[in-house]
Write a protein that binds this ligand. Structure first.
Ligand code: SF4
Length: 397
């Protein structure tokens, strides 16, 4: 790779980032994008020759959580620098300008780079009553979204609120909140739902564009397949405990301290598509399940309504085949139990109902785990168990 151009590489060297680290980052990005390591070479070349891309980052009904995630892109450190090759010309939370000067910066970028800037939208867009529930500079946010996204090269909707309305839309929220795609259906929109989105997925999306000249392939929800193409359940470090029937029964019990499966505590990993277990958060050190809390399903549509109560266990344990897609699950959710049943019936992976037997807890109590399949003489599944926390019945699949 000696002929790699010196653009970004030289910038990195000036900031004390070695070429080796840069190349490791490029290979890591290839892995995040589900591409073979050799593509890291291509990524390194592309990033070294990349030109700065103007970005307009607008915020509506939001909590700035995605901005926080963006500002903390520190692992690997090179991520900050790669995001540094973006020219963030407008970002209300972090820009120095205010008032008319800030608004002028936005319109100036739109005029200078027609169809040549990336729009990033954070937060929901209220449409009720003419959009009066969120205004910026005296204009309805919905009209700003139409203007900015309508003239962009592409739009990246970060977080669940920009994806589909998120929390402001939950339980029939009164502001008519919705997501970017519903407001600007003609725009090219890449959705990065999550509460907040994982900045590594934002970095990888941009790296993909800089490397290949196009944005990554998406599912029917507009979510990149590299990040939202697999169930959390199939990547989870606690999956062996799920399969063996070892479940946390209550917070702080022996199973919880030993890292057992959180299904009974309400984990939504079996129905949630995301790369949280591999991308992780906080310098890639942890993610909710690793920290001891169940997944709440925040990357899924309408998760505030569909995935609540967060501590209620799923009524169905999806014995989904490993190759099931988000689109199939979305269809099943739309068609309800019948859809799920049909999906399961056609699956190549079938989880047999087994007989659950109470066994002594590791401390010698009686409220603990389930006998592993081998020991029980048959399969064990939470689907076969009795609902012990009052959160709803469980069914075999
Ligand atoms: S139910 Fe949750 S904690 Fe258990 S294996 Fe699946 S994703 Fe992991």
């Amino acid at each position: 790779m000696d002929d790699i151009a010196l653009g970004l590489e030289r910038l990195l060297a000036e900031r004390g980032v070695s070429r080796r680290t840069f190349l490791k980052f490029s290979v890591a990005m290839a892995a995040t994008l589900m591409l073979p390591p050799i593509v890291g070479t291509k990524i390194a070349r592309a990033l070294s020759a990349a030109k700065r891309i103007p970005v307009i980052w607008i915020e509506g009904q939001d909590c700035c959580g995605n901005t926080e995630s963006f500002l903390r892109a520190s692992h690997p450190t090179v991520s900050e620098l790669v995001l540094g090759i973006l020219s963030v010309d407008y970002h209300e939370t972090i820009m120095a300008a205010a008032g008319t000067a800030a608004e002028s910066a936005r319109t100036a970028t739109m005029q200078a780079f027609p169809n040549g800037y990336i729009a990033v939208v954070e937060g929901a867009i209220p449409l009720a009553d003419g959009g009066i529930y969120c205004t910026v500079g005296g204009k309805a946010f919905s009209s700003i979204v139409k203007d900015v996204c309508g003239g962009a090269l592409a739009t990246i909707a970060v977080g669940s609120c920009a994806f589909d309305g998120g929390l402001p839309r939950a339980n029939g929220g009164p502001t008519g909140a919705t997501g970017v795609s519903a407001v600007v259906p003609s725009a090219k929109v890449i959705n990065l739902p999550g509460c907040p989105m994982n900045v590594q997925n934002l970095t990888a999306t941009i790296v993909h564009y800089l490397t290949f000249g196009e944005f990554p392939a998406t599912d029917s929800y507009g979510r990149p397949l590299f990040a939202y193409g697999q169930l959390i359940h199939d990547q989870c470090e606690r999956r062996a405990h799920f399969d063996a029937g070892r479940y946390v029964q209550e917070w702080g019990d022996a199973g919880h301290r030993q890292g057992w499966c959180l299904y009974r505590m309400g984990c939504k990993g079996p129905e949630t598509f995301s790369n949280c277990p591999t991308a992780m958060f906080n310098d890639a050190t942890s993610w909710p399940v690793k920290a001891g809390h169940g997944c709440v399903g925040c990357t899924m549509p309408d998760f505030w309504d569909q995935m609540t109560p967060f501590y209620g266990r799923l009524a169905h344990v999806p014995g989904f085949p490993m190759d099931v897609t988000a689109d199939q699950v979305g269809l099943a959710l739309v068609t309800g139990v019948a859809g799920l049943t049909a999906l399961h019936a056609g699956a190549s992976y079938v989880r047999h109902k087994g007989e659950e037997r109470r066994t002594p807890t590791p401390e010698g109590g009686t409220g603990g785990g389930v006998v592993p399949a081998a020991a029980a003489g048959g399969g064990t599944s939470p689907a076969s168990s009795t609902d012990t926390n009052g959160s709803g019945s469980e069914q075999a699949v």
